[in-house]
Design a binder for this molecule. Structure first.
Ligand SMILES: Nc1ncnc2c1ncn2[C@@H]1O[C@H](COP(=O)(O)OP(=O)(O)OP(=O)(O)O)[C@@H](O)[C@H]1O
Ligand SMILES: [Mg+2]
Length: 240
């Protein structure tokens, strides 16, 4: 599904991604871990087509289509969804109006409202939130729930979750991962989970764990590597 080949990415003349390779098949879960500043969010942005992230070299293929030069809108339409590490606030636009806009090509207004209510129920989001401005004044956890709300409504084929689990209370963590797991099972999508949380494998069954260090994936393994990271940190892997 996703094939990233020898990728080099620059931001404001700084090379951040330096020869990164990553292959993801249909219906797979890949966890990406790594030290702060290693380039994890940069990778998620560049897959999603964020401006000012200059691809110096390499290819990003999604279902065999080159997406290097596509806009975020075009990439999103292909079925890639990014849940932000730091979701943005949009003042003056209500949640409902925003959701209606992103769904209007797929469904009519009545169906949209029904679907939104259904997903709100699943995520235990109070309907009153739909009439507040998008993310404005939302707590950290509420913003993360809102990211999953959009995911469940847009039904993407490839989901990138950038630190979806950071700052969540235990109940919200359970609600969010219950919904992610259900979605994965039903739609057989692929998921990239960027996280620092070594408890992540309690919540989701991953196929691979990759360590991103200094702009490059330096190790790919199964979930057993997480135990080692918990014990020794990244030092040992970096040395190897
Ligand atoms: N606009 C920018 N200008 C200059 N440097 C940038 C810019 N955006 C990101 N960087 C740098 O790129 C590097 C990678 O950042 P990135 O956000 O991808 O790290 P990360 O692995 O997601 O870290 P964390 O785990 O803390 O979220 C950092 O050193 C960061 O300062
Ligand atoms: Mg990050």
């Amino acid at each position: 599904m996703l094939d990233i080949n020898n990728l080099y990415v620059k931001i404001k003349n700084n090379l951040i991604i330096k020869g990164l390779n990553l292959k993801i098949k249909n219906n797979e879960i890949h966890i990406i871990m790594g030290p702060n500043g290693s380039g994890k969010s940069t990778l998620s942005y560049v897959i999603s087509g964020k401006q000012k992230y200059i691809i110096e070299k390499g290819k990003i293929l999604f279902n065999n289509k080159l997406i290097n030069n596509l806009s975020p809108y075009e990439i999103s339409k292909l079925g890639i969804y990014l849940s932000f590490q730091y979701p943005i606030e949009i003042n003056g636009i209500t949640m409902y109006s925003y959701l209606k806009t992103i769904l209007k090509k797929k469904y009519n207004n009545r169906v949209i409202l029904k679907k939104i209510y259904k997903v709100c129920k699943k995520l235990k989001i109070n309907k009153n939130y739909l009439y507040r401005y998008f993310n404005v004044g939302f707590s950290g956890g509420e913003k993360k729930k809102n990211e999953i709300l959009q995911m469940l409504l847009l039904k993407p084929k490839l989901v990138i979750l950038d630190e979806i689990d950071s700052g969540l209370d235990i109940d919200t963590l359970n609600i969010i991962f219950k919904n992610i797991n259900k979605y994965k099972k039903k739609y057989k999508c692929s998921i990239i989970i960027i996280t620092h949380n070594t408890n992540i494998i309690k919540y989701i069954n991953t196929n691979y764990v990759h360590i991103l260090y200094n702009g490059k994936i330096i190790k790919s393994s199964n979930k057993n590597i997480i135990e080692k990271i918990e014990k020794y940190g990244y030092k040992k892997i970096v040395k190897q």
